[in-house]
Design a protein around this ligand. Structure first.
Ligand code: ATP
Length: 724
């Protein structure tokens, strides 16, 4: 006979031998026919830290998760499916439309903050929580609107840039005049003045350029701080990942997109304004000296400042549009090749992945070469235009009877003016490359942000809001349907759930049943297609982003551990926690001994993504953080994942014991041990609640729960025999 662990998805009940003689053993071995009898013996099985079954039959139901740890629902406990006793939420359905973008803040408590860039289809034009309508605007306008507080500084920078260009133009003109007239031996004072002017302009141009850069960057860096704050606020508020977002693409985009704002002002707006000033003054000067020469100069300026920039945009745009996604894909490749190196090597896929990345890099290099070539062509055309314009001005001025010195000044001045105007070509090229990034930043800037949460949660919903944080109706889902994409099978299908103060509710079900999706709805990160999700009668989507994490949060799937010390990671849960509270949270998560044994103690660095911790330690650190945060409704998604069964039971029990009695807990778990003290257990399958009730009841009823319970118990004790 072979003894083996059972497959939890294949509960081969009834085939087991029963070497030991405990009540549970007999029940596990005897299959579903014995559920009812076995259930009574099972109550409180996990109430013992040792995990033995010695006292199972005697353990009280309350002791299931540690005496005192599990409180029954207080009067208004979990209602039956449908939650009919709860008053209907007003206006919830419509408001859920914006739930993804209006979702609550950083999710620090749950470590579940999701930073996503890329598409933000819902952002522009939405109604924001404060009830304001945001019109869809050009991305440049959105960015420039944010620059309003720094307008004076930017205008100053523009004037300084114009003064720099004019100083250059005046320098060329004065030097030319000096060279030509010096041969005619003009009076010494005149010569001296001209020489001083040349020197002053040469020095002044450098000083002006420096001051212009200083003023421009000062304004732009101030603006960038605002933009970054706003962008991160919007990202944190939008906690639902865009389905197609790729982290590498998203990250590289985020960084370069925000930099595009800087380039728009420093390399496009300020130089363009300066070039326009120079062009106007050059035309005025020429009209004063030789009116006939104004026409060829204007033609040269138009070609340099209008035609060539348009050509540059047309030639650059197509290539730049293809380069942007390629850059994102390359960034994603870099992440896959480094973080996934071990897996790629294990499956012999390193070569293919490298080849794909190299092909993209080669394509990007080809596009960059093409961009450089078109750039050189346009630049060459610019030099030609300035030469031709200068020659045309010279000939026209000569024909109109201007003096030699005037002709010289006009010809050289034309060269300088056209060259200054050619800066618009560079600006246009820059703008063509920045457009994509600017559009994405503008979408984020237009999206609701943590920084513009409404003070009154009912304001947006149009409801009379319950006082935020007050114990009211609690969390409630009514007939919630979630579909990630139109036409997909529903991830949640008509789910009703109510979590009252102090309730302990567990959700079980096969993989892909919709458990994490349900948690996503509760934190406002997933938008239901229909139905309502409310907190104290207020649609979750309408809750202030800063307030919601205090009400609903916890340990969500794939909680992130930051590259920092243990204490810093812990304090993300609640930075005001004192050392005793920190120690209590770590003790509950079974990590206190470990951290005190470390040479660096609480300052032990956990590595990037918690790489220096084991999977179980990472999860427990995230659990300790969630316990420290202790929101009113604590969500725990597989909090003991990665722990051995005994440790898992112990940690869960300790965690629940450590919580204040009025904290409601919603536990998502694959492990059914430890649920006997819960007020209600829901079984989800393909988005629907297929069973609900108390653990002791569910294990007596034929169905997924009883089958899984039996399989898990049998597997854990190794009693399931499989014959070859
Ligand atoms: N971001 C998403 N985009 C599209 N489909 C999704 C997304 N997240 C989940 N789904 C789908 O929704 C369904 C429910 O997924 P969910 O993650 O909620 O299940 P689960 O019960 O938590 O699974 P597990 O126990 O494996 O974590 C699955 O079919 C899954 O493929």
């Amino acid at each position: 006979m072979t003894r083996t662990q059972s497959d939890p998805e294949d509960p081969a009940t009834g085939t087991a031998a029963t070497p030991a003689g405990t009540a549970d053993d007999a029940r596990v071995a005897s299959g579903t026919a014995d559920h009812a009898r076995g259930a009574s013996a099972d109550r409180g099985a996990t109430g013992h830290a040792s995990g033995t079954l010695a006292g199972d039959a005697a353990a009280s139901p309350v002791g299931g998760l540690g005496t005192g740890g599990v409180r029954p629902a207080e009067g208004d406990g979990a209602p039956p499916a449908g939650g009919g006793s709860v008053p209907p939420a007003e206006g919830g359905g419509a408001d859920m439309v914006d739930a993804a973008t209006a979702g609550a803040g950083a999710g620090i408590a749950g470590g579940g903050a999701t930073v996503v860039a890329g598409t933000a289809p819902e952002a522009a034009g939405d109604t924001v929580p404060g009830g304001r309508e945001r019109a869809v605007r050009r991305p440049e306008a959105v960015v420039l609107a944010m620059a309003r507080p720094y307008l004076a500084r930017l205008i100053g920078a523009g004037l300084l840039a114009a003064a720099t260009e004019l100083a250059g133009l005046a320098l060329m003109a004065t030097a030319t005049w000096l060279l030509i007239t010096a041969a005619d031996m003009p009076p010494l004072p005149v010569l001296t003045i001209a020489i001083v002017c040349v020197r002053a302009l040469a020095v002044g141009r450098g000083v002006l350029r420096y001051t212009e850069r200083l003023a421009g960057h000062d304004a732009v860096l101030r603006l960038l701080t605002d933009v970054r704050t706003r962008v991160f606020g919007a990202l944190a508020a939008r906690r639902a990942p865009a389905p197609d977002a790729h982290s590498g693409d998203a990250l590289s985009r985020l960084v370069s997109d925000v930099d595009a704002v800087q380039d728009l002002l420093i390399r496009v707006v300020v130089p363009a304004a300066a070039a326009a000033c120079v062009a106007v003054l050059a035309l005025a000067g020429t009209a004063f000296i030789a009116p006939a020469a104004t026409l060829p100069l204007a033609a040269g300026l138009l070609v340099a400042g209008l035609l060539l920039p348009v050509v540059a945009v047309v030639l650059t745009r197509r290539t730049a549009d293809r380069m942007a996604p390629l850059r994102g894909e390359l960034a994603a490749d870099a992440i896959d090749l480094t973080r996934g190196a071990a897996d790629l090597a294990a499956f012999g896929a390193t070569g293919d992945a490298l080849a794909a990345a190299s092909a993209r890099a080669a394509e990007l290099a080809r596009l960059e070469r093409r961009l450089a070539l078109t750039g050189w062509a346009v630049d060459g055309a610019g030099v030609l235009v300035s030469g031709l314009a200068s020659a045309a001005v010279l000939i026209t001025a000569l024909r109109s009877g201007a003096s030699g010195a005037e002709v010289g000044v006009l010809a050289v001045g034309t060269l300088a003016a056209v060259e200054a105007t050619l800066a618009l070509v560079v600006s246009a090229r820059q703008w063509a490359q920045l457009r994509g990034g600017l559009a994405r930043v503008a979408e984020l800037l237009a999206a609701p942000s943590l920084t513009d949460a409404p003070a009154d949660p009912g304001a947006r919903a149009g409801t009379a809001a319950a006082p935020v944080g007050a114990d009211g109706a609690g969390l409630e889902l009514r007939n919630v349907v979630v579909r990630y994409r139109a036409g997909d099978t529903a991830a949640l299908d008509g789910v009703d759930l109510r979590i009252a103060a102090g309730a302990r509710i567990a959700i079980a079900g096969p993989s892909g049943a919709g458990k994490s999706t349900l948690l996503g709805v509760l934190i406002g990160a997933v938008t239901p297609e229909s139905g309502t999700a409310t907190l104290d009668g207020v649609p979750i989507a309408a809750y202030p982003e800063r307030e919601l994490p205090r009400q609903v949060g916890g340990l969500l799937a794939e909680a992130h551990v930051f590259h920092a010390g243990v204490r810093e990671n812990l304090l993300l849960g609640r930075d005001t926690a004192d050392p005793a509270e920190q120690a209590a949270a770590m003790r509950a998560a079974d990590l206190l001994d470990w951290v005190t044994e470390q040479p660096d103690g609480w300052d032990t660095l956990v590595g990037e993504g918690g790489a220096k911790l084991s999977g179980g330690q990472r999860q427990r650190l995230a659990l300790a953080r969630a316990l420290l945060a202790a929101p009113r409704h604590l969500l725990l998604d597989e909090p003991t994942e990665g722990l051995d069964p005994q440790a898992a039971d112990r940690v869960l029990r300790q965690a629940l014991d450590a919580l204040p009695s009025r904290t409601a807990v919603l536990l998502v778990t694959h492990r059914l041990r430890g649920l006997s003290g819960f007020d209600e257990v829901l079984v989800l399958d393909r988005g629907r609640i297929i069973q609900r009730g108390r653990h002791d009841d569910l294990i007596t009823r034929p169905g997924w729960y009883a089958d899984t319970w039996l399989a898990q118990e049998a597997a854990e004790r190794g009693y399931l025999a499989v014959t070859p």
